[in-house]
Design a binder for this molecule. Sequence first.
Ligand code: NDP
Ligand code: MG
Length: 383
Amino acid sequence: MKRRIAIFGSTGSIGTQAVDVIANNSDIFSLEVLSAHSNADLLIAQAKQYHPNIVIITDESKYEKVNSALENDNIKVYAGEKALVDIAGSDTYDVLLAAIVGYAGLASTLAAIEQGKTIALANKETLVVAGDIVTAMAKEKNALILPVDSEHSAIFQCLVGENNNPIEKIILTASGGPFLGKKPNYLINVKKDHALQHPNWTMGAKISIDSASLMNKGLEMIEAKWLFGLQNEQIEIIVHPQSVIHSMVQFEDGSMKAQMGLPDMKLPIQYALAYPQRVKNDFKRLQFKNYPSLTFEPADIKTFRNLALAKDAMFKGGNSPCILNAANEIVVEAFIKNKISFLEMSDIIETCLEKLTFIEKPSLNDYIQSNRETRDFASSLIK
Ligand code: NDP
Ligand code: MG
């Protein structure tokens, strides 16, 4: 039996790479569902090439266009956010690749977990916003969450075969992004085009800005805490500019395992979709002779304050990571639209964390409300 895959966010950086992985392994995967938000043209092209059963366009104004283009293709076309939730909870697929960016991915991921589906999770924001609720529900419903994020895939791969041997700590590697080594007097003037130029990875706009500001590593700390059931103190960050070691685990006997490879998201995507199988492929191989030195240095959290803010939010717990995430989504969008400077992003996030109501044990509704309130408040701080 082929594994039936649904890709939510098929038009994005992760989504398009996942479509390739599936197309190259049509003996083990079948592509059943695709979803896009606004990129109707690419969604239509993907549907015509790969013939899924269902496509969803969440921007309802694009429905007519997609529907009429696929009229004769025997593909069901749905529109709107609710369609994502409905299809996520349906039995039309086995594995959901959650590759929508941001808070927008939460509701459909929860709907899939509710049905005990296997989730290949790229959408880290889901765990940042409501990691306690998401992981508790996954446990209750026997839903497997397989990380796609390269660092978390690395840790997951290091843990395979360890039979629950306790972890002493994990070390998340960070490339440092395009502004590694820079100081505030430089960052004050940087613009989006430069921030979007990641040295090692080609990714969507939001995560590229998050990588430049080190917020991405902050979100990943919180993601790791929930995925691997860790105490805050067990998570360390080290800057490793070559992005060859994707992350490490240290066990209680002091032994450390690392997972390595070239920076290419197709490998963690394929691993999550085919888990526990390793599938032969022709991806470029790592050659040590091309990397005569692998280097490590501490992160500069005085300059890259987002990482410090994320760490504080993780230690504070409750709805703080949800506030952090919502404020970050607003400031990244504003930075991309040239409305605020690079350093102002941290100022606004910090103000949100100070001003919004702290809730120690939030319900899902509390998270939904905190997200909305934070977005409104952060937007009000941007002229
Ligand atoms: P992209 O911006 O490239 O793609 C985002 C996808 O989500 C697109 O298909 C987009 O549709 C869709 N989308 C955007 N807004 C909404 C919405 N409101 N409702 C429904 N769908 C929406 O992002 P990436 O692929 O880079 O990242 C996706 C997720 O994976 C993020 O959470 C990111 O942190 C994570 N990730 C990404 C990595 C990477 O290498 N790119 C690495 C590790 C994690 P459309 O384009 O049609 O508007
Ligand atoms: Mg990552």
